[in-house]
Design a protein around this ligand. Structure first.
Ligand code: NAD
Ligand code: MG
Length: 394
C-alpha cells in the first residue's frame, strides 16, 4: 500500500495530538508531510522527532530559528517555516493527500480553504472556518471536488447515519431531522444566579471531553452547539429548523438522524476524538483508533433533555445569525472569540459572553458574501466592535 501524505494543521493542540496518536498506529498507511504549531514548541519538537515530517510551521522567524537549530542538533531533517503563507503552502502542496484542519478559530480559515481549493481530502475539526465562510467554503468544496470529512464528533456521527449514497453526492433524501446532541457542559445544573461568577478553570473542566480552552468555554456557554448547528446546516444541506439540539449528559450518543419513515439512526461510542479521527482518516474503510469498546452496561443510562434557552442564550444568537445570513455568522464567531479570550483573561464574567456577541451582531449589518475579503473584513469589524465594548467597561 502506498502511504498517504498528511499535513496536520494545529498539531500541538488536543485534536492534533489525538490525530498523531492514530497515525502512529498506522505507519504503514500514513506519512507526515507537515506539522504546524503556534505555541508549545516543546510539543512540536517532540512530534518532529517522532514523526519526522518534511516541514514544520510555526508563528514567527524567531520561533522557527530556534526549532530549526534544536532539530538539527537532534539529526532531524525537518525544514521549519513560519507565518500564514507557509501554513497555506503546506496545506495545499501538491504532494499532500490529506489535511487535518485542527487550528482553533478564525486563524484556521485561510489554510483550510487553501486545502479545499486544490481538492484535498480535508478532515474538518476547525468548525469556525466553515461557520465564518459557509457558502463560500461549500462552493469551493464543490468546485474543486475536495472530500470534506467532519471530525466534530456530532457531525462525524451524522455523516455515519446519513443515507448510504449521501457521500456520492445524492443528498439527504428522506431525512426529516438531524438531532444534534450536547452534553450541557459543566454548568448544566448550576443555579442561574451563580453563572456570572464562574471561573475559567470551572468552565474548562468539561465533564466528558478533554479539549482545548476555547472549545471548552464554548461548550460551557453552548456557543459550541450554536456553531455546530450552523456547521450541520452547511455540511448536510439542512435548514436550521431541521436541526434540533438535544441535551444528552452522558456524551455516548454522538448525534442522530431522523428519517421520514420514523427510523432514527444514531452513532454511539466512548467520548474520545480518536474515533471520528480514525473514521475520517480511513473512510470508507475502518481502522483501529486505540479507543476501548463501549461498555453499555457501565453506561447504564442514556438521558435526553431540552436545552434551557435562559441558561444558554448563545444557542439563540447562533440560530439568529444563521438566519440573518451573509457575514452575520462571521460576526458571531469573531465576537465570540474576543469574548472567550476576555473571559479566560478574567476581564469579564461568563454571562458577559452572550452580551458582547449580541452587541456586535446589533452594531454591524450583515452583507451578502461573494469573496473571502468580505468575510475577513466582517471578522475584523466584529473584533473591533467587541473590543470597544470591553474598553467601555474598563
Ligand atoms: P487547541 O487549543 O488544543 O489547539 C489549537 C491548535 O491551533 C494548536 O496547535 C495551536 O498551536 C494552533 N493555533 C492556535 N492559534 C493559532 C494561530 N493564530 N495560528 C496558527 N495556529 C494556531 O484546540 P483543540 O481543542 O484541538 O481544537 C481545535 C479545533 O478543533 C477547534 O476549532 C475546535 O472547535 C475543534 N474541535 C475540537 C474538539 C476537541 O475535542 N478538542 C472536538 C471537536 C472540534
Ligand atoms: Mg462537537
Amino acid at each position: 500500500m502506498t502511504r498517504q501524505w498528511i499535513t496536520v494543521l494545529g498539531a500541538t493542540g488536543s485534536i492534533g495530538v489525538s490525530t498523531l496518536d492514530v497515525i502512529a498506529r498506522h505507519a504503514d498507511r500514513y506519512a507526515v508531510f507537515a506539522l504546524t504549531g503556534y505555541s508549545r514548541m516543546d510539543v512540536l519538537h517532540a512530534q518532529c522527532l517522532q514523526h519526522d515530517p518534511l516541514f514544520a510551521v510555526v508563528a514567527d522567524a524567531a520561533q522557527a530559528d530556534q526549532l530549526q537549530a534544536r532539530l538539527q542538533l537532534a539529526g532531524v531533517q525537518t525544514r521549519v517555516l513560519h507565518g500564514c503563507e507557509a501554513l497555506a503552502e503546506v496545506a495545499a502542496d501538491q504532494r499532500v493527500d490529506v489535511v487535518m484542519a485542527a487550528i482553533v478559530g478564525a486563524a484556521g480559515l485561510p489554510p483550510t480553504l487553501a486545502a479545499v481549493r486544490v481538492g484535498k481530502r480535508v478532515l474538518l475539526a476547525n468548525k469556525e472556518a466553515l461557520v465564518m465562510s459557509g457558502a463560500l467554503f461549500m462552493q469551493a468544496v464543490r468546485d474543486s471536488g475536495a472530500r470534506l470529512l467532519p471530525i466534530d464528533s456530532e457531525h462525524n456521527a451524522i455523516f455515519q447515519c446519513m443515507p448510504s449514497d449521501y457521500a456520492s453526492g445524492l443528498g439527504n433524501v428522506g431525512v426529516r431531522r438531524i438531532l444534534l446532541t450536547a452534553s450541557g457542559g459543566p454548568f448544566r445544573e448550576m443555579p442561574l444566579d451563580e453563572l456570572a461568577h464562574v471561573t475559567p478553570a470551572q468552565a474548562c473542566a468539561h465533564p466528558n471531553w478533554s479539549m482545548g480552552q476555547k472549545i471548552s468555554v464554548d461548550s460551557a456557554s453552548m456557543m459550541n452547539k450554536g456553531l455546530e448547528l450552523i456547521e450541520a446546516c452547511w455540511l448536510f444541506d439542512a435548514r436550521p429548523e431541521q436541526v434540533e439540539v438535544v441535551v444528552h449528559p452522558q456524551s455516548v450518543v454522538h448525534s442522530l438522524v431522523d428519517y421520514v419513515d420514523g427510523s432514527v439512526l444514531a452513532q454511539l461510542g466512548n467520548p474520545d476524538m480518536r474515533t471520528p479521527i480514525a473514521h475520517a482518516l480511513a473512510w470508507p474503510e475502518r481502522i483501529d483508533s486505540g479507543v476501548s469498546a463501549l461498555d453499555l452496561l457501565l453506561t447504564a443510562r442514556l438521558d435526553f433533555q431540552a436545552p434551557d434557552p435562559q441558561r444558554f442564550p448563545c444557542l439563540r444568537l447562533a440560530r439568529q445569525a444563521f438566519e440573518a445570513g451573509g457575514t452575520a455568522c462571521a460576526i458571531l464567531n469573531a465576537a465570540n472569540e474576543i469574548a472567550v479570550q476576555a473571559f479566560l483573561e478574567q476581564r469579564i464574567g461568563f454571562t458577559d459572553i452572550p452580551v458582547i456577541i449580541e452587541h456586535s451582531l446589533n452594531c454591524l449589518s450583515p452583507v451578502p458574501v461573494k469573496e473571502l475579503a468580505q468575510v475577513m473584513l466582517a471578522d475584523a469589524q466584529a473584533r473591533e466592535c467587541a473590543q470597544q465594548w470591553l474598553a467601555s467597561r474598563a
